[in-house]
Design a protein around this ligand. Structure first.
Ligand SMILES: [Zn+2]
Length: 215
């Protein structure tokens, strides 16, 4: 499933793009669309191909923000599960920049209920009412794949940070980037055995501290 070469991926994206263009043109009446749900699917799939391709905007925000804060990384590491968007070897950390819709941000993994997949909308992941079943299945697969990839990376000793698109909107961006930087530094300290000095217990403190002379 994961063994698609970049060329195949590109071709697939190009086909989707073509379908999407067809659909867009059809809305202007120059072409007839057989099925509007199909059209919607093609359009969303083309968007997804564009979103997952490299150099997308949210990913660029994270890259620039971390670079500016002195972090260095590799991009789209092909040999790691899930091809993490950024890989910081020094911190043994992978960063995924996820679109809220495609990766179902704040949405519980859909559960089967009465023969149907149940999935509730969240603030930033709203499933279109048209062709809902299709979208639920797609997002469920993405979420399951994400979970499996994180599990595999953790088993290989990698830390993973997931950054959501909604956390990168202008009002939250700097705070999010600072928090990633903080987490990375924390991970580094933990991995390099920096021990925090425990605060002395009350009785030890009493013994060690010089007593003030009483009047
Ligand atoms: Zn979100």
């Amino acid at each position: 499933m994961d063994k698609i070469s970049p060329q195949q991926r590109h071709n697939k994206a190009a086909i989707k793009q073509e379908q999407s263009n067809t659909c867009i043109r059809s809305t202007y009446g120059r072409l007839q669309s057989k099925n509007s749900a199909e059209c919607e699917q093609a359009r969303r799939s083309a968007n997804m191909a564009a979103i997952r391709s490299k150099d997308t905007k949210p990913e660029m925000i994270v890259r620039r923000g971390l670079w500016k804060r002195g972090f260095r990384y590799r991009l789209n590491h092909k040999r790691l599960p899930g091809h993490p968007d950024l890989v910081l070897r020094k911190y043994r950390t992978c960063i995924f920049v996820n679109g809220c819709f495609w990766h179902g941000h704040d949405v519980a993994l859909p559960q089967m209920e009465n023969g149907e997949w149940r999935m509730d909308n969240s603030k930033c992941c709203k499933i279109p009412k048209t062709n809902r079943e299709f979208w639920v299945a797609k997002i469920r697969r993405n979420k399951e794949r994400d979970k499996e990839e994180l599990r595999r990376l953790a088993a290989m000793g990698w830390h993973c940070i997931t950054v959501w698109e909604c956390e990168l909107k202008p009002s939250k961006r700097e705070e999010t980037l600072d928090s990633i930087a903080f987490t990375l530094n924390h991970i580094w300290l933990q991995d390099h055995g920096a021990k925090t000095i425990p605060y002395p217990k009350q009785d030890e403190e009493d013994i060690q501290m010089p007593m003030a002379a009483e009047e």
